[in-house]
Design a protein around this ligand. Sequence first.
Ligand SMILES: Cc1ncc(COP(=O)(O)O)c(C=O)c1O
Length: 345
Amino acid sequence: MASNGVPETRGFATKAIHAGQNPLQWNHGSLVTPLVMSTTFQQDGPGQHRGYDYGRSGNPTRNVLETCLAALEEGKHGITYSSGLGAVTGITSLLQKGDHLVAGDNLYHGTSNYIEKCLSNHGITYSLVDVTKVENVISAIQPNTKKPLELGADISMHSLTKYMNGHSDIVMGAAITRRDDLAEKLRFFQNAVGIVPSPFDCSMVIRSLKTLELRMQQHMKNALAIAKFLESHPCVERVFHPYLPSHPQHELALKQTTGHSGMISFYLKGDTEKFLKALKVFTLADSLGGYESVIKLPYSMPPASLPEDVLIALGITDKLIRLSVGIETEQDVVDDIKQALAACE
Ligand SMILES: Cc1ncc(COP(=O)(O)O)c(C=O)c1O
């Protein structure tokens, strides 16, 4: 057993369950990470604390989550934030006058996919499920690896709100890096600006990570089944799913990733309103990555109000439908889409 509680293995699920969670670090040996709510910690003398002095600067529960996230990304330091956009705020604080920011054209709030200097993107955008070639934007390339830090990125950024928490009940973000210098700056900014998550939310995400691999397996299975079904349906114009051979970046997705998410988008030929009204398992809602299946119309529910001509230029029309396929029974989610398509013809 390694000192941080990770058995000597490289398995993703093992790390998600054990990294940073050695029960012996607590004097009672608790297997479940304790939820430490205290905002302040007793000092042995002025300025002499035992690793924690004030809740914004550090918290034992948050520390476990940050250690676990670093292990999952093959990183060294994890820094968590009160939202994914908080992580963006922290990372952009590293930029200095004269630096260049390279951005994708299909951004969440105009922020989440920029890449330059020390930044990476999550590799897939979620209106048209585009796959970004991480190798094109990061110079150091190591083939046959799938994680951003192994592809040469300095920082991997997450909205933990999505799949990592996966239960649609927490908003949180994270930055993970191997670089001590970047971690020090990020940690300073996290504390100075105060964009920290609550200990309760951290304990919820620690719990959720334990089932991340299992959940992703079902997300993938359900989403691919729906994507294949949609592609064969006469009421569907075009389907975007990176593991369909018809996807423009299918080969890249196979090379760069070890799997995919539950995200699909498609252009509907039929009546959008009738289609939405007929759905029984899918719920019309924003966000993605939760255990429940949700559907969204990016054209009418954009994250920020973009002018119509920009939306159309991006391919975001009133016929574009985005699905975040959940982990319900496969046949039920496929049948739901099937009957809703029949209702909109
Ligand atoms: C694709 C995408 N990126 C980023 C975010 C922002 O994440 P957070 O709400 O954790 O700040 C969202 C939120 O819905 C999103 O859909």
